[in-house]
Design a protein around this ligand. Sequence first.
Ligand code: C5P
Length: 199
Amino acid sequence: PMPFTIAIDGPAAAGKGTISKAVAAHYGFAHLDTGLLYRAVGAKMLAGVEPIAAAQALLPEDLADASLRTPEVAQAASKVATIPEVRAALVDFQRAFARRQGGAVLDGRDIGTVICPDAEAKLFVTASAEVRAQRRHAEQQGAQSYDEVLADVIARDERDMNRAEAPLKPAADAVLIDTSGLSIEQAVAAAIAAVDARK
Ligand code: C5P
């Protein structure tokens, strides 16, 4: 089978992860959550490692670390993600993954714009900040208050959209999916319909 790249971008907690896993399973493609790369570098920075050196030395096994999902690591990830040398160190790994035989789904912030501008299908998955904070709050089971989660989501959106290097924005040819009023099943169906239209 030929390489076929599906790029799925969007802000924090919009449903990218859930949609990406379901889309990858539907087509039998491999899936890479590129946020994990920045989270792994963020976690190393919190542990005292210089972020550029951490990004250059990143190993696939670093992505399996179960402690990458905390709010502290999420904020650290969005900070290291503003450093051009950190982003540059992660490009080759992502592009190689995208062009593997048998197809790939990559989700992140800059997949359709910077990492894979020639992706066969591009989706931009969004939802209102309030809906995203509600979902993340429910997922976390009380680790933070709703207001804290909302403040974190807004701070990360601001940093991700306003950085100079590879800011979060839809590619010109991305299909927009707003999941605010959609169930998971409806959002996944919309994503698959958009990809089928490019096949
Ligand atoms: O998607 P996730 O919430 O795990 O991403 C964590 C952070 O990593 C984001 O807030 C963003 O700053 C950064 N990121 C990025 N580019 C990507 C994926 C994630 O800058 N492709």
